[in-house]
Design a protein around this ligand. Structure first.
Ligand code: SR1
Ligand code: MG
Length: 410
């Protein structure tokens, strides 16, 4: 039997042997393992392994040296270790909201984890215009518990610095620094993908707007230097599973894929959630799904308002830092998170509209005119979020900004 003491990138027909060697007691005999590669993300290979005898299954996730999205992009597969350790840590803070990790292997860069195939990827569910009434509750539980509990507000400062060190994640951060905080404002690596009919609009509104570029530059250095909390780092709707009906007391929302995790500004995670709800709104709007669009906006508003409410609760229960407990500090700290959230909503809206990694919610809008308009609204809305970030205080402000952009386009 192979010992797997040297890395190689597995193909479907390598995985059954690997799993049998690594987890000999997981499956009952007789073994009839079927393996299918089901990944459709930008980076890794995901194998679903099912024992056809009784339907018991698991997921094998392996990182390669090059990315799926581009063989020219090389990144250490060590990201698999980051992801596995983060999921184990997050289970402590947000049990039931992340997949269980069974084991990980730092030689083969593999994580073996719970199969969540009875859930649906949230982005795809939203493209089918399904609604999830519990989403705002669940995602704010996840955000508040994983974020504030890893800050200096709650943690012993030396223990927190150990986590900063352990999850420094420079290569994955560099992708974000390039794709989110740099290229959308100048196309310096010529990797942007702009819809031809919007080229002039993008040049005027993004590439030639010096004021916007200055604000994006300030935010980039905030991202790189504000080690506030242990972020998910890529909290879009393609990193979230959802289902409509729970079995037993399971949660309807599960957050996975935290390989971009590092210590950064909390608003980065929160802004990703809001922007990706807006993408789904555009998809629903283009299809004339009014109820769906209303639900999206109500959810975006609730995400902000519930986050604020829960944040203050956890703060008052868990804060340990003596100075942080000073009257008024929690509100001051939270208000800067909400401004960062507005800014990061804007950054995500822009980068998914003109950058290298786009989202199906927008690219699958078949009506050309509607897609062009959706892209323009994203850009106008994003600029408002970035340039006026300090005026964002509550959920309603995040709904108003989308309406302002829609009315500016006429
Ligand atoms: C090169 S990776 C492109 C994008 O995919 C990931 O999900 C991140 O969002 C990253 O920016
Ligand atoms: Mg991902």
């Amino acid at each position: 039997m192979a010992v797997y003491d040297k890395y190689f990138l597995m193909k479907e027909n390598d995985v059954a042997d690997y799993v049998t060697a690594k987890m000999p007691d997981f499956f009952k005999t007789p073994l009839a393992l079927s393996v299918k590669e089901i990944g459709d993300g930008n980076l890794n290979y995901i194998f679903r392994v099912v024992n056809e005898t009784d339907g018991v299954s698991l997921i094998v996730k392996q990182a390669g040296y090059t990315l799926r999205i581009s063989s020219e992009m090389q990144i250490s597969p060590e990201r698999n270790r980051v992801e596995s350790e983060i999921l184990l840590l997050q289970k402590k803070y947000a049990d039931g909201l992340v997949p269980d990790v069974y084991q990980y292997d730092t030689v083969m860069c593999v994580c073996i984890m719970e199969d969540l195939s009875d859930y649906q990827l949230m982005r795809y569910a939203l493209i089918e215009h399904k609604t999830f009434p519990y989403f705002a509750e669940d995602i704010t539980d996840y955000m508040v518990n994983t974020l504030i509990n890893t800050t200096d507000i709650v943690m012993d400062h030396k223990a927190k610095k150990e986590l900063v060190k352990r999850f420094i994640n420079p290569e994955l951060c560099e992708i974000t620094e390039d794709l989110v905080y740099t290229e959308p404002y100048n196309d310096n690596k010529k990797r942007n993908r702009v819809t031809p009919e919007n080229l002039k609009f993008v040049e005027n509104e993004l590439y030639n707007d010096e004021n916007l570029r200055l604000e994006a530059a300030k935010l980039k250095f905030e991202f790189m230097n504000n080690a506030q909390a242990l972020l998910h780092g890529d909290l879009h709707t393609g990193s979230i599973f959802v289902k409509e009906k729970a079995v037993g007391n399971e949660r309807l929302t599960r957050v996975f894929d935290p390989e971009f995790a590092f210590y950064g500004p909390i608003g980065y995670d929160a802004g990703n959630v809001i922007a990706n709800l807006f993408f789904a709104w555009h998809n629903g709007n283009a299809a004339g799904k009014k109820d769906f669009c209303d639900w999206i906006l109500t959810s975006a508003m609730s995400v902000i308002d519930l986050f604020k409410q829960k944040f203050l609760n956890v703060f008052s229960k868990n804060a340990t830092d003596v100075m942080a407990k000073t009257d008024g500090f929690a509100e001051y700290y939270l208000s800067s998170i909400i401004s960062d959230t507005a800014a990061c909503t804007g950054l995500e809206l822009i980068r998914r509209t003109v950058g290298m990694a786009q989202v199906k919610d927008i690219t699958s809008i078949a009506d050309k005119k509607k897609r062009i308009e959706a892209e323009r609204v994203n850009i106008l809305c994003a600029k408002d979020c970035i340039l006026n970030r300090c005026s964002f205080k509550r959920g309603q402000d995040f709904v108003d900004v989308l309406h302002r952009a829609l009315s500016r386009l006429g």
